[in-house]
Design a protein around this ligand. Structure first.
Ligand code: NDP
Length: 300
């Protein structure tokens, strides 16, 4: 089958393309830049989508880039890189003479309000409160397709992911050197929940939804089942064990607020406890359910 991957040249997209290709699918990437096996967002807006069986959107300006000051301009880039790309795909699907069977938008568990005690599954309320949860709500809304009873357009799947643990990008990659230099440690109180997923499991889940050919729709939480009980301190300890380095430093909350600002700091200082209830119900099984097995594989 043929899959189109918006933002598919990034950290998650590269792994997803590799997996899809290994399973016999063809992949075309939507990017800001033209290139081999690529089309641009402008192409999609003007010419629509090429014939395809599934579309995934993984585009998004990196929110937690510490080198980017949280200016109004950067904030708009964070918002529009997610919402405008998602809307562009949704509009192209609704105009397509041969729509795909599956349309997957990858968002985040930041949808759920942070809490030390509450557990959230896919049908829990959220999408209001801080900057990120409202962003996720608008981002998911932008993916909605018009109701066309006579002509089903595509099955929409909203995959809400936790922190993606992978070697070649994302947060783990940024933490490896400080931890190797014994400069690792907890962030803030360390008690904040740490919902995470191994990149291979996330890509397997995205591939699983595509291969269901429209039979799976709705919201799926992409977090490892045992991450429900993991905190930032648990992650810090597991990484310290896996690397054989002490990690006793503390980055205080005020320093995080100073560096990242009030809209972004909650991503590091707070978090929701999330259960992948519907994900498991669809028959998906995780290869890396716990931190030790995930980190052992990633650091081997
Ligand atoms: P990347 O930072 O690797 O970015 C993915 C792609 O997005 C890039 O390759 C780029 O494609 C495109 N992009 C970046 N900035 C812009 C912009 N300003 N306008 C348009 N397109 C842009 O992201 P990840 O692979 O880590 O994440 C993919 C998605 O998953 C994102 O939406 C992210 O919010 C979400 N997510 C990721 C998590 C993680 O832990 N990594 C956790 C929760 C959610 P190109 O240069 O080809 O245009």
């Amino acid at each position: 089958s043929t899959a189109i991957s918006g933002g598919g040249g990034g950290f998650i997209g590269q792994s997803l393309s590799q997996l899809l290709k290994s399973r016999g699918h063809q992949v075309t990437i939507i990017s800001r830049q033209p290139g081999q096996q690529k089309i641009t967002w402008a192409d999609v807006s003007t010419k629509g989508l090429p014939p395809c069986d599934a579309v995934v959107n993984l585009a998004g300006e990196n929110v937690l880039n510490p080198l980017k000051r949280w200016t109004e301009q950067f904030k708009q880039e964070v918002i529009s890189s997610r919402i405008d790309t998602t809307r562009t795909i949704a509009q192209a699907i609704s105009r397509s003479p041969n729509p795909p069977h599956t349309w997957v938008v990858l968002t985040g568990v930041a949808y759920y309000p942070p809490s030390l005690t509450q557990q959230y599954s896919e049908d829990s309320p959220g999408g209001s409160g801080d900057f990120l949860s409202t962003l996720v709500k608008k981002w998911e809304d932008a993916a909605e397709l018009p109701d066309t009873e006579s002509r089903p357009l595509a099955q929409l799947v909203k995959v809400r992911t936790g922190v993606v643990l992978g070697r070649h990008g994302g947060p783990l990659n940024k933490m490896l050197w400080p931890f190797r230099l014994c400069l690792g440690g907890i962030i803030g109180s360390g008690k904040q929940p740490f919902p995470w997923i191994h990149i291979e499991d996330l890509c397997r889940l995205l591939c699983h939804t595509i291969e269901q050919e429209g039979k799976v729709g709705g919201i799926l939480n992409a977090v490892s089942p045992s991450s429900l009980n993991d905190t930032n301190a648990d992650f810090t300890r597991a990484l310290s064990r896996a690397l054989g380095r002490p990690a006793f430093l503390v980055t205080p909350s005020f320093a995080i607020r100073l560096l990242f600002g009030n809209d972004r700091a909650p991503m590091l200082l707070e978090g929701p406890r999330v259960v992948p209830h519907r994900t498991l119900q669809t028959g998906f099984s995780f290869l890396y359910p716990d931190l030790d097995s995930a980190l052992a594989q990633l650091l081997s």
